[in-house]
Write a protein that binds this ligand. Structure first.
Ligand code: CP
Ligand code: NVA
Length: 312
């Protein structure tokens, strides 16, 4: 069965089948190979992309902007200081107008509802570049990086150590459930991923063969192919910093914690930006097991793949 994604939005990854995710990952690999050639195709020529940002970004903005621009597309960056988005104009109306002028829209911000409304009313593909709940384009780059190291992802073991209820952990749970990657969230009970998401993922994992576990015990790191962490306080939660330091101090990814995998070849992953000395030590993120920089580069290849698949 051939995969057709033209016209589709990417909102959570729950909305994509295993085959569709596989298609995007294979296309991203092809895009990565092409990126080293001197001839850059111009597949986005004549197309326009609105980049809406309520929260800051380095990787996501630069990945969308360079991937689209280098192939002849016209990206337009719009922060909340520039446009009406739920302020003096409803999100529905902004969506309707942007849909008349742009080929696609990327949104990064707070509420998942906002990106869903943009998709519903714009009539063009809308990409979730991070909300409080999900970070789907990040999860694609993460699995691409895991596959580069392990050769494949199905049956491999990925452990997320840190704030188990955040957007990155949640999107990893979704993609691992769909692809058959064994996934453990290692987090104190106060920061467990919410039960509703776990219930949505359970049947997906049953179909793919993924073992999904949530535990406070770092012994679950045994045998991990990859150890992943993210900041202890996500954007918009700055008032939680002290509480998170207290809860997550024992979960800092340092060499002693990496050693709990019991394997010399486990890799370290981080979506970045990192607070070195907090969720991860300098020696781990800047050491030989770290793939965080490849992961950052893979944001561009996976994001280009998503736009190619949904726009052409
Ligand atoms: N990983 C990630 O989304 O990075 P930015 O916040 O810099 O976009
Ligand atoms: N969980 C982090 C991810 C940053 C890419 C945040 O939302 O701030």
């Amino acid at each position: 069965m051939s995969v057709v994604l033209k016209g589709r939005s990417l909102l959570t990854l729950l909305d994509y089948s295993t085959e569709e995710i596989r298609y995007l990952l294979d296309l991203a690999q092809q895009v990565k190979t092409e990126s080293t050639s001197n001839e850059m195709p111009q597949r986005f020529k004549g197309k326009t992309l609105a980049l809406l940002f309520e929260k800051r970004s380095t990787r996501t903005r630069c990945a969308f902007e360079t991937a689209f621009g280098e192939e002849g597309g016209h990206p337009v960056f719009l922060s909340t200081a520039d446009i009406q988005l739920g302020v003096k104009e409803s999100i529905e109306d902004t969506a309707r107008v942007l849909g008349r002028m742009f080929s696609a829209i990327q949104f990064r911000g707070f509420k998942q509802e906002t990106v869903e409304i943009l998709a519903k009313y714009s009539g063009v593909p809308v990409y979730n570049g991070l909300t409080d709940q999900f970070h789907p384009t990040q999860a694609l780059a993460d699995i691409m990086t895991l596959e580069t190291h392990c050769g494949s992802s199905k049956g491999k073991r990925l452990c997320f150590v840190g704030d188990g209820r955040n957007n990155v952990a949640r999107s990893l749970m979704v993609i691992c459930s769909k692809l058959g990657v064994h996934f453990s969230v290692i987090t104190p009970p106060e920061l467990n991923p919410d039960a509703a998401l776990r219930e949505k993922c359970a049947p997906l994992a049953a179909t793919s063969g993924a073992q999904i576990t949530v535990t406070a015990d770092t012994a679950a790191l045994a045998g991990a192919d990859a150890v992943y962490t993210d900041v202890w306080t996500s954007m918009g939660e700055e008032d939680k910093q002290e509480e998170r330091k207290r809860l997550l101090g024992p979960y800092q990814v340092n060499q002693a914690l990496m050693d709990k995998t019991g394997r010399g070849d486990s890799i370290f992953l981080h979506c970045l930006p990192a607070v070195k000395g907090q969720e991860v030590t300098h020696d781990v993120i800047d050491g030989p097991s770290s793939r965080a920089w490849d992961q950052a580069e893979n944001r561009k290849h996976t994001i280009k793949a998503v736009m190619l698949a949904t726009l052409l």
